[in-house]
Design a protein around this ligand. Structure first.
Ligand SMILES: [Ca+2]
Ligand SMILES: [Ca+2]
Length: 105
């Protein structure tokens, strides 16, 4: 049920990403360019500009790492960002609207 919404959001976010300059590029976080973002890489990136503390960044990393293998793939990052983005949009509209149903949006 919920997975369908996430995939749909990820798809639309992917189309949107090309023109969204503020979107974080996976390759920017993947410091050593091995195609996977480790917790160290993620925390380093997120704390670099002082936006997050190490603790907050670590918590975020755990949430993004959907399969809990200790590293974040580009797909995991993309779907996590799409999910957050979706939540932000819904919060702006009206949280009381049926956010938990899977009926067509
Ligand atoms: Ca890496
Ligand atoms: Ca993972």
């Amino acid at each position: 049920m919920k997975r369908i919404a996430i995939i749909a959001a990820a798809a639309s976010a992917g189309a949107f990403a090309a023109s969204a300059g503020e979107m974080v590029a996976f390759t920017d976080i993947d410091a050593n360019g091995d195609g996977m973002v480790t917790e160290v890489e993620f925390v380093t990136h997120k704390t670099a500009d002082g936006e997050y503390t190490e603790e907050e960044a670590s918590e975020k990393f755990v949430k993004i790492d959907a399969n809990a293998d200790g590293s974040v793939s580009e797909a995991e990052l993309t779907s996590a960002m799409a999910e957050w983005k979706d939540k932000d949009v819904q919060a702006d509209v009206d949280v009381d609207l049926e956010t938990d149903t899977d009926s067509s949006y």
